[in-house]
Design a protein around this ligand. Structure first.
Ligand code: NDP
Length: 301
């Protein structure tokens, strides 16, 4: 395998987390301890693993975490009540509601209940609107992580043609908004696009967020393009269970100039940007209370 073409998400996320650790230490020196509250409703096994990892990474970064586990039959009111209490608690900087929620809980209503300044997932409509207006708001973690990988790889993205495959609220739409902010020309394709493959073949940058194993092969890609594969798909192959992306890695590798592997590409960046968003939230809340003196390393927040 040509490892020179690999975009190493583990190494990039380690750099982000190292900066977060430095920034948290600077905040703590000023008497500000960043705190992330994580809410898990029900016992979905994958969600339990995600929550455990988030809490682990938070603690490693010096961020205090509070874990709230509600039973699968918890009502909407119970979830909203917990969010209201965390909103009102000035010691809590970030609130993360682990998705998916049990079917009887209205996801949009629950996400909208989180105070926008504590919405470290960047899903509240105020943050979504702010992103599309180019304001500095808390932005969704996975697309933010993809942007970091792209700028690490390409530097300035100005003038590049980017094709985003997928238009979900979590990945595709915010990804397109961030690429636009970085002065790319952006095309979004989805399941109703009539010429997705043809459009994708014109792209300098391809971001695949579809949820279909190995759907994008070499025939979708322009020579020398950069591919960010967001997809995480579990498949059975040769009697083994394994994770693959939305891109057919082996087919794409000879064509691309750089590509993220799955696993080890976008995945680690998502969690790193959750930590970064928590620090951003803590800094902004402290600035709002004017309790933060100027610390140079915190100037990027
Ligand atoms: P969604 O299912 O919400 O969205 C999938 C998108 O793909 C939809 O917009 C859909 O179009 C589009 N789509 C489906 N089929 C096609 C097709 N044949 N051609 C073009 N577009 C198509 O998924 P998410 O955005 O939440 O996630 C996408 C993938 O990314 C998943 O594999 C998920 O596991 C992974 N993921 C990874 C994360 C990470 O940390 N690495 C974080 C979040 C997600 P339409 O809107 O028309 O239905």
């Amino acid at each position: 395998m040509n490892s020179l073409k690999l975009i190493d998400g583990k190494a990039a996320s380690a750099r982000v987390l190292q900066q977060v650790r430095v920034d948290v230490a600077a905040l703590v020196l000023q008497g500000i301890q960043p705190v992330l509250a994580v809410i898990l409703v029900g016992e979905d096994p994958a969600s339990q693993v995600y929550v455990r990892n988030k809490i682990l990474r938070a603690e490693e970064a010096g961020i205090h975490s509070l874990e709230y586990r509600l039973p699968a039959d918890a009502g909407q009111a119970e979830v909203l009540d917990l969010i209201a209490r965390l909103n009102a608690d000035a010691s809590v900087n970030g609130i993360l509601l682990q998705l998916p929620l049990p079917a009887h809980i209205e996801e949009t209503r629950a996400l909208q209940a989180i105070a926008p300044g504590k919405d470290v997932d960047g899903f509240h409509s105020e943050n979504v609107g702010g992103l599309s207006q180019g304001r500095r708001v808390l932005t969704p973690c996975t697309p933010s992580g993809c942007m970091q990988l792209l700028t690490d790889t390409l530097g300035d993205l100005t003038g590049k043609h980017a094709v985003v495959i997928g238009r979900s609220n979590i990945v595709g739409k915010p990804m397109a908004a961030l690429l636009l902010q970085a002065h790319c020309s952006v095309t979004v394709v989805h399941s109703r696009s009539s010429n997705a493959q043809e459009l994708c073949r014109q792209a300098d940058i391809v971001v695949a967020a579809v949820g279909r194993p190995r759907m994008i092969d070499a025939s979708w890609l322009k020579e020398g393009c950069v591919v960010i594969d967001v997809g995480i798909n579990r498949i059975e192959e040769n009697g083994r269970s394994r994770l693959v992306g939305d891109v057919d890695f082996d087919s794409a590798l000879p064509i691309v100039s750089a590509i993220t592997p799955v696993p080890g590409g976008v995945g680690p960046m998502t969690i790193a940007f959750l930590m970064k968003n928590t620090v951003t939230a803590a800094v902004q809340q402290a600035q709002a209370q004017r309790s933060l003196s100027e610390a140079p390393c915190l100037s990027t927040y």
